[in-house]
Write a protein that binds this ligand. Structure first.
Ligand code: PMP
Length: 442
């Protein structure tokens, strides 16, 4: 650790931390003060292996020179440009690169500052698209149980996490939810895509029959549900959703905030599953998590519907002060360049078999009731302690941190998503540490 590492303030009360047990945390704070490649440095000078790419975002590893330098240079050259009715070259350059990287047919990019904002943006594009196409009756939105789409009102409405919804009133009206695809009784310990459950996509037909297609705007799903425990769809499931959407003129939105940028061993999950949505939401790995930025990549069909209308001053009444911010754009360009130079977007395919075998070697470890994996993401699900859900996994998280490994827990599930620069030795360390920790937790 460098001599000038920041000291911890005495008073930790002012910062109301996100999704955190604030009172507990502040009694025993866990703080990072530096990071490099696969490791964090803690405030007490320990190295912690990053098993989660920060929060599923630092796909190229930490403090990568190309990205750091691009940000520094941009900050010194053009710090900010007005986002409305004005432009700067890097936002256009990044949009071009993203459109090139995205699946065929997704050619136009709206920029935001986060995954949550991208979700709101995509839902609004969906509604407005139908309106400009003369089908303004299509206002209903369909999400999925156990879906996570950020924390803003649209996102929690189409999302399917009870705890994130129940304090906040009626939310958006006109929202239905598909069933989730997690079938532990049938699919436990599947390797990669689980065998059972493709027919769950047909629930969409039931919802369409209930409301009539003429009222439905869009379906939004995470191709692989990340935050609720790495729930992988069975083969054919996403294709069925696509087919049903096509049949009824419904837009399909993939929330690729976690699955984007190489997490599954392909640039996007759409590539992995061979299913192209009408809109793809990305964030996190777009800038390697370094600067807040998100995107919605939309099809030409959608874009053209807005551009061929009568001449307007503004085609879409939506946008943010920081949409396409110069420093974020520079970070995005340097990030995509780093992925390209180092072949990181396909590294999950190269290392996937090793990752899978390593994770599944935990099958006989104490408390383990399921293991799931795809690309370079995985989950180890633990038997909850009766009457005290989440306690066992959280104590595994604390113990792993003490032993020099960052994992993430969601409910009683350990979720893993290392930076894509991970080596086999790191994977061994991740698995060995988890095995040790599971032997120690109650
Ligand atoms: N969608 C998905 C699928 C996510 O995983 C997340 C964040 N984990 C979000 C949206 C929200 O992103 P943010 O926290 O950047 O708003």
């Amino acid at each position: 650790m460098s001599q000038d590492a920041p000291s911890i303030p005495n008073d930790l009360d002012a910062f109301w931390m996100p999704f955190t047990a604030n009172r507990q945390f502040k009694k025993n704070p866990r703080m990072f003060v530096a990071a490099k490649d696969m490791h964090y440095t803690t405030s007490d000078g320990r190295q912690v292996l990053d098993g989660t790419a920060g929060l599923w975002c630092v796909n190229a590893g930490h403090c990568r020179p190309l990205i750091t330098e691009a940000i520094q240079k941009q900050a010194a050259e053009l710090d900010y440009a007005p986002a409305f009715q004005m432009g700067h070259p890097k936002a256009f350059e990044l949009a071009n690169r993203l459109a090139d990287l995205a699946p065929e047919g997704l050619d136009h990019v709206l920029f935001t500052n986060s995954g949550s904002e991208s979700v709101e943006t995509a839902l609004k594009v969906a509604l407005a698209y139908h309106k400009v196409s003369g089908q303004g009756s299509r206002t209903r939105l369909i999400g999925r149980e156990r879906g996570y789409h950020g924390v803003n009102f649209g996102g929690i409405s189409v999302g399917g996490i009870v705890a994130n919804r129940k304090m906040f009133g009626t939310l958006l009206t006109g929202v239905d939810h598909l069933p989730h695809t997690h079938l532990p009784g049938k699919n436990a310990f599947s390797r990669g895509e689980p065998q059972h459950g493709a027919e769950l996509a047909d629930e969409l037909e039931r919802i369409v029959a209930l409301h009539d297609a003429s009222t439905i705007a869009a379906v939004i799903v995470e191709p692989v549900a990340g935050s609720t425990g790495v729930l992988i769809p069975p083969p054919g499931y996403l294709k069925r959703l696509r087919d049903i959407c096509d049949k009824h003129g419904i837009l399909l939105i993939f929330d690729e905030v976690i699955t984007g940028y190489g997490r599954l061993g392909t640039p996007f999950a759409a590539d992995y599953f061979g299913v192209v949505p009408d809109m793809m939401i990305t964030a996190k790995g777009l800038t390697n998590g370094v600067i807040p930025m998100g995107s919605v990549v939309v099809s030409s069909k959608i874009y053209d519907a807005f551009m061929t209308g009568p001449g307007h001053l503004i085609e879409f009444f939506h946008g943010y002060t920081y949409s396409g911010n110069p420093i974020a754009s520079a970070a995005g360009l340097a990030t995509l360049e780093t992925y390209k130079q180092e072949g990181l977007l396909t590294r999950g395919a190269e290392l996937g078999a090793y990752w899978e075998d390593a994770l599944h070697s935990l099958r006989d470890a104490p408390h383990v009731i399921d293991i799931r994996n795809i690309g370079l993401v995985g989950a180890v699900e633990l038997q909850p302690i009766a009457g005290e859900p989440t306690k066992r996994a959280f104590s595994a998280f604390v113990k792993a941190f003490e032993k020099g490994l960052l994992i993430r827990t969601t409910g009683d599930i350990i979720a893993l998503s290392p930076p894509l620069i991970v080596e086999k030795g790191h994977i061994d360390q991740i698995v060995d540490t988890i095995r040790t920790v599971l032997g120690e937790v109650d």
